[in-house]
Design a protein around this ligand. Structure first.
Ligand code: MG
Length: 387
Protein backbone atom coordinates (compact mmCIF):
# COMPACT_ATOMS: atom_id res chain seq x y z
CA UNK A 1 0.00 0.00 0.00
CA UNK A 2 1.16 3.51 -0.76
CA UNK A 3 2.22 5.73 2.13
CA UNK A 4 -0.19 8.67 2.33
CA UNK A 5 1.50 11.99 2.99
CA UNK A 6 0.29 15.36 4.29
CA UNK A 7 2.64 18.28 3.59
CA UNK A 8 2.40 21.37 5.77
CA UNK A 9 3.93 24.15 3.72
CA UNK A 10 3.86 22.42 0.33
CA UNK A 11 4.71 25.57 -1.66
CA UNK A 12 7.93 26.32 0.26
CA UNK A 13 11.46 25.12 -0.40
CA UNK A 14 11.17 21.85 1.58
CA UNK A 15 7.57 21.25 0.47
CA UNK A 16 8.37 21.50 -3.24
CA UNK A 17 11.46 19.29 -2.86
CA UNK A 18 9.37 16.72 -0.94
CA UNK A 19 6.93 16.69 -3.85
CA UNK A 20 9.87 16.20 -6.21
CA UNK A 21 10.95 13.12 -4.22
CA UNK A 22 7.37 11.84 -4.19
CA UNK A 23 7.09 12.37 -7.97
CA UNK A 24 10.23 10.24 -8.45
CA UNK A 25 8.54 7.47 -6.41
CA UNK A 26 4.86 7.74 -7.27
CA UNK A 27 4.55 3.97 -6.86
CA UNK A 28 5.27 4.31 -3.13
CA UNK A 29 3.64 7.60 -2.08
CA UNK A 30 0.35 9.37 -2.41
CA UNK A 31 -0.30 13.00 -1.49
CA UNK A 32 -3.23 13.20 0.91
CA UNK A 33 -3.19 16.84 2.02
CA UNK A 34 -1.36 20.02 1.03
CA UNK A 35 -1.24 23.38 2.80
CA UNK A 36 0.19 26.82 2.00
CA UNK A 37 0.23 30.19 3.73
CA UNK A 38 -0.28 32.57 0.81
CA UNK A 39 0.96 31.01 -2.41
CA UNK A 40 -2.44 30.42 -3.98
CA UNK A 41 -1.27 29.84 -7.56
CA UNK A 42 1.26 27.16 -6.71
CA UNK A 43 -1.12 25.43 -4.28
CA UNK A 44 -3.82 25.28 -6.98
CA UNK A 45 -1.32 23.91 -9.49
CA UNK A 46 -0.09 21.24 -7.03
CA UNK A 47 -3.65 20.27 -6.07
CA UNK A 48 -4.80 19.88 -9.70
CA UNK A 49 -1.76 17.80 -10.51
CA UNK A 50 -1.61 15.59 -7.41
CA UNK A 51 -5.32 15.32 -6.54
CA UNK A 52 -5.01 15.27 -2.73
CA UNK A 53 -8.02 14.54 -0.57
CA UNK A 54 -7.83 18.03 0.99
CA UNK A 55 -6.00 21.35 0.78
CA UNK A 56 -5.82 24.31 3.17
CA UNK A 57 -4.70 27.88 2.80
CA UNK A 58 -3.74 29.67 6.02
CA UNK A 59 -4.59 33.17 4.74
CA UNK A 60 -8.40 33.14 5.06
CA UNK A 61 -8.76 35.95 2.52
CA UNK A 62 -7.68 33.43 -0.12
CA UNK A 63 -10.32 30.82 0.73
CA UNK A 64 -12.85 31.86 -1.95
CA UNK A 65 -10.32 32.13 -4.79
CA UNK A 66 -8.94 28.70 -3.81
CA UNK A 67 -12.43 27.19 -3.63
CA UNK A 68 -13.30 28.65 -7.04
CA UNK A 69 -10.07 27.50 -8.65
CA UNK A 70 -10.71 23.92 -7.46
CA UNK A 71 -14.49 23.94 -8.02
CA UNK A 72 -14.29 21.18 -10.64
CA UNK A 73 -12.01 18.94 -8.58
CA UNK A 74 -13.04 16.38 -5.93
CA UNK A 75 -10.81 18.10 -3.36
CA UNK A 76 -11.93 19.42 0.04
CA UNK A 77 -10.89 23.02 0.63
CA UNK A 78 -10.18 24.59 4.02
CA UNK A 79 -8.76 27.89 5.29
CA UNK A 80 -7.17 29.32 8.43
CA UNK A 81 -4.36 28.19 10.71
CA UNK A 82 -6.66 25.88 12.72
CA UNK A 83 -7.54 23.90 9.57
CA UNK A 84 -3.97 22.54 9.56
CA UNK A 85 -4.60 20.81 12.90
CA UNK A 86 -7.56 18.99 11.36
CA UNK A 87 -5.86 18.05 8.10
CA UNK A 88 -2.92 16.37 9.82
CA UNK A 89 -5.32 14.28 11.92
CA UNK A 90 -7.26 12.86 8.93
CA UNK A 91 -7.48 9.07 9.36
CA UNK A 92 -6.13 8.61 5.81
CA UNK A 93 -2.82 10.37 6.60
CA UNK A 94 0.15 8.09 7.44
CA UNK A 95 2.96 10.64 7.68
CA UNK A 96 3.08 14.42 8.09
CA UNK A 97 5.88 16.49 6.54
CA UNK A 98 6.12 19.46 8.90
CA UNK A 99 7.79 22.12 6.78
CA UNK A 100 6.22 25.31 8.07
CA UNK A 101 8.53 28.15 9.04
CA UNK A 102 8.79 29.34 12.62
CA UNK A 103 6.46 29.17 15.63
CA UNK A 104 3.49 28.57 13.30
CA UNK A 105 4.65 24.95 13.10
CA UNK A 106 4.19 24.18 16.80
CA UNK A 107 0.39 23.67 16.96
CA UNK A 108 -0.08 21.55 13.80
CA UNK A 109 2.98 19.41 14.63
CA UNK A 110 1.55 18.75 18.10
CA UNK A 111 -1.86 17.96 16.59
CA UNK A 112 -0.23 15.46 14.23
CA UNK A 113 1.65 13.77 17.10
CA UNK A 114 -1.54 13.60 19.17
CA UNK A 115 -3.24 11.95 16.19
CA UNK A 116 -0.34 9.39 16.27
CA UNK A 117 1.07 10.33 12.86
CA UNK A 118 4.77 9.92 12.23
CA UNK A 119 6.46 13.25 11.59
CA UNK A 120 9.08 14.18 9.00
CA UNK A 121 10.31 17.33 10.71
CA UNK A 122 11.81 20.26 8.85
CA UNK A 123 10.32 22.89 11.15
CA UNK A 124 13.18 23.12 13.68
CA UNK A 125 11.56 26.03 15.52
CA UNK A 126 8.97 23.60 16.90
CA UNK A 127 11.70 21.86 18.90
CA UNK A 128 13.50 25.11 19.73
CA UNK A 129 10.34 26.60 21.25
CA UNK A 130 8.78 23.58 22.96
CA UNK A 131 11.22 20.67 22.61
CA UNK A 132 10.50 19.35 26.10
CA UNK A 133 6.75 19.10 25.50
CA UNK A 134 7.07 17.82 21.92
CA UNK A 135 9.57 15.07 22.72
CA UNK A 136 7.49 13.85 25.68
CA UNK A 137 4.35 13.87 23.54
CA UNK A 138 6.07 11.87 20.80
CA UNK A 139 7.15 9.19 23.31
CA UNK A 140 3.65 9.03 24.85
CA UNK A 141 2.05 8.60 21.43
CA UNK A 142 4.78 6.25 20.13
CA UNK A 143 5.41 8.55 17.21
CA UNK A 144 8.69 8.74 15.29
CA UNK A 145 10.08 12.20 14.64
CA UNK A 146 12.25 11.76 11.55
CA UNK A 147 14.54 14.74 11.02
CA UNK A 148 14.67 16.49 7.65
CA UNK A 149 17.27 19.02 8.77
CA UNK A 150 20.44 17.75 7.02
CA UNK A 151 22.62 17.76 10.16
CA UNK A 152 20.06 15.87 12.23
CA UNK A 153 19.41 13.45 9.41
CA UNK A 154 23.17 12.86 9.37
CA UNK A 155 23.22 12.13 13.11
CA UNK A 156 20.18 9.90 12.69
CA UNK A 157 21.95 8.00 9.88
CA UNK A 158 25.09 7.60 12.04
CA UNK A 159 23.07 5.93 14.80
CA UNK A 160 20.86 3.79 12.52
CA UNK A 161 21.58 0.23 13.64
CA UNK A 162 23.56 1.31 16.72
CA UNK A 163 22.52 0.36 20.23
CA UNK A 164 25.47 2.14 21.89
CA UNK A 165 24.75 5.55 23.39
CA UNK A 166 26.09 8.73 21.77
CA UNK A 167 29.13 10.18 23.55
CA UNK A 168 29.15 13.38 21.54
CA UNK A 169 27.89 14.87 18.29
CA UNK A 170 29.73 17.22 15.96
CA UNK A 171 27.20 19.46 14.26
CA UNK A 172 28.73 20.89 11.11
CA UNK A 173 28.02 24.40 9.84
CA UNK A 174 28.85 25.93 6.46
CA UNK A 175 29.55 29.25 8.18
CA UNK A 176 27.23 31.04 5.75
CA UNK A 177 28.06 33.91 3.37
CA UNK A 178 29.94 35.96 6.01
CA UNK A 179 32.33 33.29 7.25
CA UNK A 180 35.35 35.18 5.92
CA UNK A 181 33.97 38.73 6.30
CA UNK A 182 35.64 41.05 8.77
CA UNK A 183 33.56 41.58 11.93
CA UNK A 184 33.53 45.33 11.14
CA UNK A 185 31.74 44.69 7.82
CA UNK A 186 28.75 42.89 9.34
CA UNK A 187 26.70 45.99 10.32
CA UNK A 188 26.74 47.09 6.68
CA UNK A 189 25.93 43.86 4.83
CA UNK A 190 22.82 43.96 2.64
CA UNK A 191 19.81 41.71 2.42
CA UNK A 192 20.98 40.49 -1.01
CA UNK A 193 24.39 39.52 0.41
CA UNK A 194 22.81 37.72 3.37
CA UNK A 195 20.48 35.79 1.05
CA UNK A 196 23.38 34.42 -0.98
CA UNK A 197 24.13 31.13 0.78
CA UNK A 198 27.34 29.49 -0.49
CA UNK A 199 26.16 25.85 -0.32
CA UNK A 200 22.45 25.32 0.26
CA UNK A 201 19.35 26.50 -1.56
CA UNK A 202 16.70 27.23 1.10
CA UNK A 203 13.84 29.58 2.02
CA UNK A 204 14.55 33.21 2.95
CA UNK A 205 14.10 32.89 6.72
CA UNK A 206 16.45 29.94 7.19
CA UNK A 207 18.98 31.53 4.81
CA UNK A 208 19.16 34.67 6.98
CA UNK A 209 19.38 32.44 10.08
CA UNK A 210 22.31 30.69 8.40
CA UNK A 211 24.05 34.00 7.68
CA UNK A 212 23.73 35.00 11.37
CA UNK A 213 24.45 31.41 12.52
CA UNK A 214 21.24 31.52 14.58
CA UNK A 215 20.30 28.54 12.43
CA UNK A 216 23.17 26.57 13.94
CA UNK A 217 22.16 27.68 17.43
CA UNK A 218 18.62 26.44 16.74
CA UNK A 219 20.05 23.17 15.44
CA UNK A 220 22.06 22.65 18.64
CA UNK A 221 18.79 22.95 20.60
CA UNK A 222 17.02 20.75 18.05
CA UNK A 223 19.72 18.06 18.42
CA UNK A 224 19.40 18.21 22.17
CA UNK A 225 15.72 17.28 22.05
CA UNK A 226 15.80 14.89 19.08
CA UNK A 227 18.62 12.76 20.47
CA UNK A 228 18.15 13.40 24.20
CA UNK A 229 21.61 14.96 24.64
CA UNK A 230 23.13 17.21 27.26
CA UNK A 231 24.28 20.63 25.97
CA UNK A 232 27.94 19.70 26.58
CA UNK A 233 27.59 16.68 24.25
CA UNK A 234 27.03 18.95 21.24
CA UNK A 235 29.90 20.72 19.48
CA UNK A 236 29.60 22.95 16.42
CA UNK A 237 32.32 22.72 13.76
CA UNK A 238 32.48 25.13 10.83
CA UNK A 239 32.96 23.05 7.69
CA UNK A 240 32.64 25.37 4.68
CA UNK A 241 32.44 22.60 2.06
CA UNK A 242 29.15 21.21 3.55
CA UNK A 243 30.07 17.65 2.61
CA UNK A 244 30.21 16.11 6.10
CA UNK A 245 26.66 16.78 7.29
CA UNK A 246 27.42 15.90 10.93
CA UNK A 247 29.18 13.24 13.01
CA UNK A 248 28.63 11.04 16.04
CA UNK A 249 31.35 9.92 18.46
CA UNK A 250 30.93 6.79 20.56
CA UNK A 251 32.45 5.66 23.89
CA UNK A 252 35.33 3.79 22.18
CA UNK A 253 36.49 6.97 20.38
CA UNK A 254 35.08 5.84 17.05
CA UNK A 255 33.47 8.60 15.00
CA UNK A 256 30.86 8.03 12.29
CA UNK A 257 30.11 10.73 9.73
CA UNK A 258 27.47 11.05 7.04
CA UNK A 259 28.66 12.63 3.79
CA UNK A 260 27.22 13.61 0.45
CA UNK A 261 26.61 16.48 -1.93
CA UNK A 262 24.51 19.18 -0.21
CA UNK A 263 21.02 18.33 -1.47
CA UNK A 264 17.97 18.50 0.79
CA UNK A 265 16.20 15.78 -1.18
CA UNK A 266 18.46 13.19 0.52
CA UNK A 267 17.27 13.86 4.10
CA UNK A 268 13.70 14.43 2.83
CA UNK A 269 13.65 11.06 1.06
CA UNK A 270 15.05 9.21 4.08
CA UNK A 271 12.42 10.76 6.36
CA UNK A 272 9.72 9.56 3.96
CA UNK A 273 11.13 6.08 3.39
CA UNK A 274 12.79 5.14 6.71
CA UNK A 275 13.94 2.44 7.37
CA UNK A 276 14.44 1.95 3.64
CA UNK A 277 16.47 4.14 1.28
CA UNK A 278 15.10 5.36 -2.02
CA UNK A 279 17.20 5.65 -5.19
CA UNK A 280 17.48 9.39 -6.06
CA UNK A 281 18.84 11.28 -9.04
CA UNK A 282 20.85 13.64 -6.79
CA UNK A 283 24.40 14.73 -7.75
CA UNK A 284 27.07 12.33 -6.41
CA UNK A 285 29.94 13.69 -4.35
CA UNK A 286 33.39 13.25 -5.89
CA UNK A 287 36.33 13.05 -3.42
CA UNK A 288 38.94 13.64 -6.11
CA UNK A 289 37.29 16.84 -7.36
CA UNK A 290 36.99 18.17 -3.80
CA UNK A 291 39.79 16.52 -1.82
CA UNK A 292 40.00 19.17 0.93
CA UNK A 293 37.53 18.99 3.76
CA UNK A 294 38.32 21.55 6.48
CA UNK A 295 37.02 22.20 9.99
CA UNK A 296 37.29 25.17 12.35
CA UNK A 297 35.75 26.55 15.55
CA UNK A 298 32.90 29.03 15.05
CA UNK A 299 33.59 32.68 15.93
CA UNK A 300 30.87 33.47 18.46
CA UNK A 301 32.08 37.07 18.87
CA UNK A 302 31.29 37.68 15.22
CA UNK A 303 28.22 35.42 15.16
CA UNK A 304 26.61 36.48 18.44
CA UNK A 305 23.35 34.70 17.61
CA UNK A 306 25.08 31.34 18.04
CA UNK A 307 26.29 32.36 21.51
CA UNK A 308 22.81 33.66 22.40
CA UNK A 309 21.25 30.34 21.38
CA UNK A 310 23.72 28.45 23.61
CA UNK A 311 22.87 30.84 26.44
CA UNK A 312 19.12 30.22 25.95
CA UNK A 313 19.69 26.46 25.91
CA UNK A 314 21.68 26.60 29.16
CA UNK A 315 19.00 28.76 30.81
CA UNK A 316 16.29 26.29 29.74
CA UNK A 317 12.62 26.93 30.58
CA UNK A 318 11.01 29.40 28.20
CA UNK A 319 14.31 31.09 27.20
CA UNK A 320 14.61 29.38 23.80
CA UNK A 321 10.97 30.26 23.07
CA UNK A 322 11.84 33.93 23.70
CA UNK A 323 15.00 33.55 21.58
CA UNK A 324 12.92 32.25 18.67
CA UNK A 325 10.17 34.88 18.93
CA UNK A 326 12.70 37.73 19.00
CA UNK A 327 14.59 36.21 16.08
CA UNK A 328 11.46 35.75 13.94
CA UNK A 329 10.52 39.41 14.36
CA UNK A 330 14.09 40.63 13.81
CA UNK A 331 14.65 38.50 10.69
CA UNK A 332 11.34 39.68 9.19
CA UNK A 333 12.39 43.30 9.89
CA UNK A 334 15.79 42.68 8.28
CA UNK A 335 14.11 41.16 5.21
CA UNK A 336 11.88 44.28 5.09
CA UNK A 337 15.09 46.34 5.27
CA UNK A 338 13.91 48.05 8.45
CA UNK A 339 16.99 47.08 10.51
CA UNK A 340 20.64 46.25 9.85
CA UNK A 341 22.13 42.75 10.04
CA UNK A 342 23.75 43.22 13.47
CA UNK A 343 20.48 44.50 14.91
CA UNK A 344 19.17 40.94 14.69
CA UNK A 345 21.56 39.86 17.46
CA UNK A 346 20.98 43.15 19.37
CA UNK A 347 17.22 42.59 19.43
CA UNK A 348 17.50 38.92 20.37
CA UNK A 349 19.90 39.75 23.20
CA UNK A 350 17.66 42.52 24.58
CA UNK A 351 14.60 40.25 24.39
CA UNK A 352 16.38 37.45 26.27
CA UNK A 353 17.21 39.96 29.01
CA UNK A 354 13.62 41.18 29.16
CA UNK A 355 12.06 37.71 29.15
CA UNK A 356 10.17 36.74 32.34
CA UNK A 357 11.81 33.41 33.01
CA UNK A 358 9.57 30.39 33.57
CA UNK A 359 11.44 27.23 34.59
CA UNK A 360 8.80 24.63 33.67
CA UNK A 361 6.54 26.18 31.05
CA UNK A 362 3.23 24.74 29.88
CA UNK A 363 2.07 25.09 26.29
CA UNK A 364 0.05 28.15 27.35
CA UNK A 365 3.21 29.67 28.86
CA UNK A 366 5.00 29.15 25.54
CA UNK A 367 2.16 30.80 23.61
CA UNK A 368 2.18 33.71 26.05
CA UNK A 369 5.99 34.07 25.95
CA UNK A 370 5.92 34.03 22.16
CA UNK A 371 3.34 36.81 21.86
CA UNK A 372 4.86 38.93 24.65
CA UNK A 373 8.38 38.76 23.24
CA UNK A 374 7.11 39.50 19.73
CA UNK A 375 5.65 42.75 21.08
CA UNK A 376 8.94 43.66 22.77
CA UNK A 377 10.90 42.83 19.63
CA UNK A 378 8.59 44.92 17.43
CA UNK A 379 9.08 47.91 19.76
CA UNK A 380 12.83 47.41 19.48
CA UNK A 381 12.59 47.29 15.66
CA UNK A 382 10.76 50.64 15.69
CA UNK A 383 13.27 52.11 18.19
CA UNK A 384 16.13 50.90 15.96
CA UNK A 385 14.59 52.53 12.92
CA UNK A 386 14.34 55.84 14.71
CA UNK A 387 17.97 55.94 15.78
MG1 MG B 1 20.39 22.35 8.79
Amino acid sequence: MKKRIAILGSTGSIGTQALDVIAQHADKYEVEALTANNNLDLLVKQAKQLQPNAVAIVNEALYLPLKEALADEPIKVFAGAKALNELVALPSVDLVVSSLVGFAGVAPTMAAIEAKKNIALANKETLVVAGDIISKLAIENRVNILPIDSEHSAIFQCIMGEIAPIEKVYLTASGGPFLNSDIAELPHVTKAQALKHPQWSMGAKVTIDSASMMNKGFEVIEARWLFNLKPEQIEVLVHPQSVVHSMVQFADGSIKAQLGAPDMRIPIALALSYPERLPLNTPRFNFIEKPNLTFQTPDTKKFRCLALAYEAMHRGGNAACALNAANEVAVAAFLDEKIGFNHIADIVEACLQRNDFIANPTLEDYLETDSRIRKVAKELVIANKNT
